[in-house]
Write a protein that binds this ligand. Structure first.
Ligand SMILES: NC(=O)c1ccc[n+]([C@@H]2O[C@H](COP(=O)([O-])OP(=O)(O)OC[C@H]3O[C@@H](n4cnc5c(N)ncnc54)[C@H](O)[C@@H]3O)[C@@H](O)[C@H]2O)c1
Length: 420
């Protein structure tokens, strides 16, 4: 296959960001794809993406509104930055048509939705990749290499604290505050649960308290206030059309204790309703030292403390002489061995998304599994829901029970709403 005929299915904010990532890969001469179609039931969104694509490539992709029309265009693979509610329908529809598929996170809206995708993928030859981008940040690659090399000894405790959200303001869009569409603890949380397992391996149990602090959210963009949360600057035109105020139904904070299979412990705070000072801490305490990781996709260096001695990012790099980034990441970020990088967020965003496409393309061409497949994608969703299941029941929850759908009291209402 000389070039993989690709369609982007879902042409909203992340669809446009994916396009810019694909453009970045193309600009670097690394893309095995040819974008042949933009697909979205909202034709205007697909037209907008096709217009932007015409600026990046030597052609304008076809515009279609459903998968049947996409089949007429002829595709080998699709990328699905659609609404989480429809991920399972779109992914299963693609697999049944014989297409490779890269699904945005969360891979399914509930664990059952993930399991349905897994069942459809089983025994099919196509690649099913999950677009989980945080782990691909070069700083997180370095952190993992340092852990693998035993630089801080055996990890004992992971602390993940992420607090922000500007009080009662809308985060990006209304749907991120709705339980049956993918609330914040899933939409954002799934990145963090993937990162915790990427760094320290499988999580086995969760005990959590969850809260819906802000029952009414306000959307500053509806009143012409440009300070709305708008990653990569792509969401403004849609935010202006969203309601100025709306009811939130999904929890916006989780406070949890986790256990890893390795016997390490985790302390997790994810709070999107902070009115005071926000904070970030991702720290791993080990048997001979500790590591502090920077926020994802910012390029700030990590730091170590080994037996009381402070080690900066450059010093950390020296401790892993064999560490190097994969070819695509190295070319995109400007070096095989990086202890920091300096780009504005939209450029970082493009580069990280480009690495997802690079992995997806290589998996298709080489017939190998992608870095993040349905199993890991499902685990990240399950750990996020384990917090909500535990928050509802007040019990310690095992991840195996959530993946096996033996514990799904919180998700039952969403599954009913999805009709699955
Ligand atoms: N990895 C990240 O950093 C990151 C960031 C933002 C969003 N996301 C993910 O990307 C996905 C989309 O988020 P978004 O911010 O672009 O949302 P969005 O609301 O901006 O866009 C969603 C798009 O999907 C379209 N859509 C709805 N039903 C569809 C269907 N059946 N088939 C095809 N398209 C359909 C909508 O019309 C809209 O254009 C979500 O899964 C979200 O979690 C990931």
């Amino acid at each position: 296959m000389s070039s993989i005929r690709l369609a982007i299915v879902g042409c909203g904010g992340m669809g446009h960001r994916h396009l810019y990532g694909l453009g970045e890969l193309h600009r670097q001469g690394l893309s095995p794809f040819r974008l042949v179609a933009a697909c979205d039931p909202n034709r205007g969104n697909a037209e907008s993406l096709a217009d932007d694509a015409a600026e990046l490539f030597d052609h304008r992709p076809a515009v279609v509104t459903d998968l049947d029309a996409l089949a007429e265009v002829g595709v080998d693979a699709i990328d699905t930055p659609t609404l989480p509610r429809v991920h399972h329908d779109v992914a299963i529809g693609a697999l049944e048509r014989g297409w490779h598929c890269m699904v945005e996170k969360p891979v399914g809206l509930t664990v059952r939705a993930c399991n349905l995708i897994a069942a459809a993928a089983k025994d099919r030859p196509q690649v099913l990749s999950v677009a989980e981008n945080y782990r691909r940040d070069p700083m997180n690659r370095l952190a993992r290499a340092l852990l693998d090399a035993g630089v801080i000894g055996d990890p004992r405790l992971l602390i993940h604290h992420s607090m922000g959200g500007n009080g009662n303001r809308m985060l990006i869009s209304v749907w991120r505050h709705q339980k049956n569409q993918s609330g914040l603890l899933l939409d954002v949380g799934v990145h963090f649960t993937d990162m915790m397992e990427y760094l320290l391996g499988p999580i086995t149990t969760v005990y959590a308290q969850t809260r819906l602090h802000e029952k009414v959210r306000i959307n500053p963009a509806a009143r012409g206030d440009a300070s709305a949360s708008n990653p990569a600057g792509v969401y403004g035109k849609w935010q202006k059309e969203m309601p100025a105020e709306f009811e939130a139904t999904a929890e916006d904070a989780a406070y949890a204790t986790l256990e890893f299979a390795s016997a390490a412990s985790g302390q997790y705070i994810e709070d999107h309703a902070i009115h005071g000072e926000g904070s970030w801490l991702r720290q791993i305490q080990g048997s001979i030292g500790s590591m502090n990781l920077p926020p994802d996709r910012r390029g700030a260096p990590l730091s170590l403390n080994i037996e009381g001695k402070e080690i900066d990012g450059e010093g950390a790099l020296e401790l892993v002489p064999d560490f190097h980034l994969d070819e695509a990441t190295a070319q995109l970020f400007g070096g095989e061995r990086l202890s920091r990088y300096d780009f504005e967020f939209p450029e970082i965003d493009r580069k990280v998304i480009a690495t997802e496409y690079a992995d997806f393309g290589r998996a298709i061409l080489e017939g190998r599994p992608p870095e993040v497949g349905i199993e890991q994608g499902t685990r990240s969703v399950a750990v996020s829901y384990a917090m909500m299941e535990s928050g509802q029941s007040g019990q310690i929850v095992t991840i195996d029970d959530v993946i096996g759908e033996r514990i799904d009291g919180y998700q039952a209402e969403i599954n009913d709403d999805l009709g699955i």
